[in-house]
Design a protein around this ligand. Structure first.
Ligand code: GAL
Length: 662
């Protein structure tokens, strides 16, 4: 359990004259910064010449900060390897799919699988861990920075060798691979693993199996690098280890965090996209179950580089973001960055202090966050986020499938956020859970956009249904095997028997003027859709207009104490949202979902609990204020005043804490 709520910033003292540190500390104390993250780009400061490593600068800064009660998250500096490691070594560099070899500069320019890089990375990490691991004030580690943020799979020769080894480990014999990938197609048959290409530029698209497996291989290799680095640190330090990730980067977050101690994410979502911010909180809370997550980076005002910028936050939004994340399971809310950069490619980026040492446009908002942090700290520390009853499966493996097979430019993350928004805006408390997460405690499970439903996932979900859960499957779920091929026995494979249906056909609905109906609501249908013939199942959604008029696109089937619902298509537009809302509410009621409120759109209720006592944190995110109805009498967590049951109001970007006793 957290001991304090952190309020932090990314700090780069190595870029400034030493005298500035005192000035920074003075302002940090004024802004309420109690933790900094340092060192992730400082390799050349620490090891100017190969082999001469000097940690004294950071040791000194950590001590000075700690004297003022400011703690440190120390990073490993591997995203920016110094020139002595890269110069004249094109074979060590990252190679993109077009075969372009990265030059030194920017960041992530080296191949993280290169053995020389790995050796040097291990040395610097070990030296940092030795010198800093047990210093007072060092409370955590961050590995590297945003793995695979600027680059995706690497296509260098080192990766080629590792790819062949990886395939051999996965498939065992070349015959198994040929069969799984169906390599008789276009004469792709391989005689040996060593012949299998990396999916570089080719005249037309590669085999889906090749493209998807190369992504999964790359996911695995970056996670192995993280494992290796974490292992080194653990020899010298007990401080917990994390990494700052997102759902944009080319990583499998579930695998990446498997051997790390807590989860962190970075986000620069604008206010208009607050749903994406909440999506992150609901996902990262569940990446390391029971552990608080960190918002490791967010801007106090706007994100920017030499080439672009986001919209600036309106006053007050930062506080709403901070309170929402603390309430939804966050232990820390940290800015990128403390002092505006004077050089480099991110000079225009929002910061807490300007390059000339003055408060920025974000400074007062940062101070508001600090007031809120203090106000809610003891309540947050004495309660835990309530487990949701509604779960939605999130999968970075599915993301790889969509990258290989995007149909018409489908982006997994966008599809998921839109789907999630339907659940959010209907007032359900929700968890985004990973593919291998336990389903214990949930009542309603959504599995949208998961092309491959693995046997283990299916087994777990079947048990969930047998024991009384309602499982809604689709759209675009189940149509592919683990090798990214089509099933031979049935359109959606093993799933169909359990769902009591047969898939008649699958085809793109867009442009077919198809209309579907569910519980009296009609809406246009879209995406690549599956049309069902019921076997044991009941048809509850049918197609009213279009190519498949009269056929089923939503079916339900009782199994054990629960129910399995197939959703074969995506209803779209305003009517589509209405249809989906009806479907969500209908099955939430059947599943007896209780953690649900009538909160108005743009405002959230984050429920927390302590020994059966319920606490709501209500936050307005959209700046329009909102309302929610209390079903029983409560007590205002800030003023201590009783609040009678009935509707209450929340002002623009404001928050309220409500305790319910008994
Ligand atoms: C993050 C990165 C930071 C900084 C920031 C700017 O992706 O980790 O180093 O570049 O973006 O928004």
């Amino acid at each position: 359990m957290a001991k304090k709520l952190y309020h932090g910033a990314a700090y780069y003292p190595e870029l400034w004259p030493e005298a500035i540190i005192e000035e920074d500390i003075k302002f940090m104390l004024e802004a309420g910064i109690n933790v900094v993250r340092m060192g992730e780009f400082a390799w050349s400061t620490l090891e100017k010449e190969e082999g001469s490593i000097d940690l004294s600068f950071f040791v000194n800064v950590i001590k000075r900060l700690n004297e003022h009660g400011i703690e440190t998250v120390m990073c490993t500096p591997t995203p920016t390897p110094p020139i002595w490691l890269t110069h004249d070594h094109p074979e060590r560099m990252h190679v993109n799919q077009e075969g372009h070899v990265m030059v030194h500069g920017s960041r992530q320019h080296i191949c993280t699988n290169n053995p020389v890089f790995r050796e040097k990375a291990a040395i610097i990490t070990e030296e940092i861990a030795k010198a800093i691991g047990n210093l007072q004030g060092v409370i955590a580690w961050q590995l590297d920075n945003e793995f695979k943020c600027h680059v995706n799979e690497c296509f260098c020769d080192t990766c080629k060798t590792l790819w062949h080894q990886w395939l051999e480990e996965r498939y065992g014999t070349i015959d198994v691979l040929n069969e799984a990938w169906g390599t008789d197609i276009w004469s792709q048959y391989y005689q040996r693993f060593g012949q299998i290409p990396q999916p570089k530029a080719a005249p037309f698209l590669h085999n889906s199996s090749l493209t998807t497996m190369y992504q999964i291989f790359s996911y695995e290799k970056i996670a192995e690098f993280a494992d290796e680095q974490a292992e080194i640190i653990r020899h010298y330090s007990n401080a917990p280890i994390t990494h700052n990730s997102t759902t944009f980067f080319h990583v499998d977050n579930e695998r990446l965090f498997e051997n790390l101690d807590f989860a962190s994410f970075d986000t620069y979502a604008e206010k208009s996209n607050f749903a994406s911010y909440l999506f992150n909180c609901d996902l990262w809370r569940n990446l390391k179950v029971g552990k608080d997550f960190w918002v490791m980076e967010t801007s106090p005002s706007h994100a920017a580089s030499l080439a672009s910028h986001s919209a600036s936050h309106p006053n007050g939004y930062l506080k709403a973001e901070a309170v929402a994340s603390y309430a939804l399971g966050g232990e820390a809310f940290c800015y990128w960055l403390w002092r505006q950069q004077r050089t480099g490619c991110e000079q225009p980026h929002g910061s807490v202090l300007s390059a000339w040492g003055k408060p920025t446009v974000g400074f007062e908002n940062v101070k508001e966050v600090e007031v809120a942090r203090k106000e809610i700290e003891s309540m947050i520390l004495s309660t835990r986020p309530l487990q949701a009853e509604v779960a939605i499966t999130y999968s970075d493996i599915a993301r790889a499938f969509f990258k290989t097979e995007p149909h018409r430019e489908l982006v997994y993350r966008d599809l998921m956020i839109k789907f999630y928004e339907n659940i959010l805006s209907n007032g359900y408390h929700r968890d985004l859970i990973t593919e291998n997460a336990s389903l214990q405690g949930y009542k309603l499970l959504f599995t949208p956009f998961l092309p491959n439903v693995s046997t283990t996932y299916l087994e777990r979900a079947k048990r969930f249904v047998e024991e009384g859960g309602v499982w809604v499957i689709g759209p675009l779920t189940g149509g592919r095997t683990e090798h990214h091929t089509i099933h031979r026995d049935a359109g959606l494979g093993e799933l169909e028997e359990f769902a009591g249906i047969e898939t008649l056909f699958t085809y793109p609905m867009d442009g077919t003027e198809s209309v579907g109906e569910f519980l009296g609501i009609e809406a246009p249908l879209s995406l690549w859709s599956a049309i069902f013939e019921p076997k044991d199942a009941n048809v509850v959604g049918s197609i009213k207009e279009g190519i498949s008029t009269g056929k089923a696109f939503i079916t339900e089937q009782r199994r054990g104490k629960g129910k399995i619902v197939m959703l074969g298509s995506l209803p779209v537009g305003e009517e589509g949202d209405k249809l989906l809302s009806t479907l969500i509410n209908h099955y939430a009621e059947e599943a007896n979902v209780r953690s649900h409120t009538d909160v108005s759109q743009g405002t959230i209720v984050a429920p927390r609990e302590k020994n059966g006592e319920l606490v709501w944190v209500v936050v307005n995110m959209d700046g329009n204020g909102g309302t929610v109805t209390l079903q029983m009498n409560g007590v205002d967590g800030i003023t201590g005043e009783p609040i009678p049951k009935g509707p209450i109001e929340i002002g623009a970007f404001q928050y309220r804490i409500i305790h319910f006793r008994g």
